[in-house]
Design a protein. Structure first.
Length: 395
């Protein structure tokens, strides 16, 4: 009889992260040199209404214009909907750029990937989010994040909202070819934006570490991302001009993105999808609301990982049980969230107890993909109890 081993020594695993990354304070100084390597004939910039008004955007736009003619689409909003996707696709299809450059937060970077697909493929881009195969590779995508959190600068993932539901598209053709990550671009981000994006990076790292598909490679990346977030997120929130903290968060976002694109994400992300749109919450905030409770729920299934996660947060776990360790990590996470002025439970969001079971069913019916990688498999009854715990909150 053969035995199945789960120890890393007896596993064969892969790691993939094809995006070329130029990282560091003043990394933008390398942008022109990097863009010339693509020998672009035209470039389409994809960004948002607020970002396009910043000095950073103006500087980047001029640098791109020195390389090739530039077209712009500056209408991306947070949690972009299907109508925006259609409008962007029309622009990309008409422009036929040889390079697409996303500038901004995660939504702008996500939409740059959609623009690349739309430039080369004829079908309604929303259909690709619903299972239609992408047959042609679009022009290369360059990502320039102005916030630190989503990891979208290195992932092959794009997320849109359609009829109140979040749809995700993941495809090898969506991998950015180049990411230029300059922490100075995030200095002007508001405290609220810093909190929402930064907590998202931390949650990505935690879920990647907990994932059933984690490996020593991804765990190393996720550990460092957790440690950096623990050290720098509150600092960046309190003082946006703290460039050391901004650099730490930028690196945390990048490393967490490289980790979770290989491992997938867990239960907290699925739970967040069941109330984020209804409550009009930024993505990172919605995930953070669920994360400490999910960590406590998963603790019995990951005793060996908990001590390492605790170490990333500087928590001493000598003599502690898995439940106690899980609770200690959850408490540190809620402490960070409290500093960032983020909600800690579902009741704070204006939800009612009668909303809980419908959200459980929404999770099971529409976002079950996040249960696949979760280390502890919840029953429906488990999920109802978990939502109830989230409703009661940490008081």
């Amino acid at each position: 009889m053969s035995s199945k081993f789960y120890h890393p020594l007896f596993r064969v695993y892969t790691f993939h992260s094809p995006t070329r990354v130029v990282f560091g304070v003043n990394a933008l100084d390398r942008l022109v040199e990097e863009l010339k390597k693509f020998d672009p004939k035209t470039a389409l910039i994809v960004s948002g209404k607020n970002v396009c008004k910043t000095e950073g955007y103006s500087k980047i736009s001029k640098m791109i214009s020195s390389v090739c003619p530039v077209m712009e689409f500056n209408e991306v909003s947070p949690e972009p909907g299907s109508s925006l996707v259609t409008k962007l696709a029309e622009k990309a299809s008409e422009a036929k750029p040889s390079l697409v450059i996303g500038i901004g937060g995660g939504s702008s970077l996500d939409m740059a990937k959609v623009a690349s697909v739309a430039a080369a493929n004829e079908k309604d881009p929303l259909s690709y989010f619903k299972g239609e195969p992408i047959t042609k590779r679009g022009p290369p995508v360059v990502t320039i994040p102005t916030l630190s959190g989503t990891g979208s600068e290195v992932t092959p993932i794009s997320v849109v909202v359609d009829k109140g539901k979040k749809l995700a598209l993941s495809h090898p053709f969506l991998y950015p070819s180049l990411a230029v990550v300059d922490p100075t671009l995030s200095v002007t981000a508001s405290p609220h934006s810093t909190a929402s994006a930064g907590i998202d990076a931390l949650c990505h790292a935690m879920e990647s570490f907990m994932s059933l598909d984690s490996t020593p490679i991804t765990e190393s990346l996720a550990f460092e991302a957790m440690s950096l977030s623990d050290e720098y997120l509150e600092r960046a929130y309190s003082n946006g001009e703290d460039i050391e903290a901004r650099a730490g968060l930028s690196l945390a976002s990048l490393l967490a993105g490289m980790a979770f694109l290989n491992t997938g994400l867990c239960l907290a992300h699925g739970i967040a999808y069941t109330f984020a749109v209804k409550c009009n919450l930024p993505h990172g905030v919605s995930v953070a609301v669920a994360e400490p409770y999910v960590l406590e729920f998963n603790a019995p299934a990951i005793p060996d990982k908990l001590d390492v996660m605790a170490a990333a947060f500087g928590i001493d776990t000598e003599g502690a049980s898995p439940a106690e360790t899980g609770n200690a990590i959850a408490m540190r996470l809620t402490e960070i969230m409290d500093t960032l002025n983020l909600p800690l439970g579902l009741e704070e969001l204006g939800l009612d107890e009668k909303d809980l079971e419908p959200m459980v069913d929404d999770l099971i019916n529409n976002y079950s993909r996040f249960l696949v990688k979760n280390p502890r498999k919840p029953s429906r009854e488990d999920l109802v109890k978990l939502y109830q715990r989230m409703f009661e909150g940490y008081w």
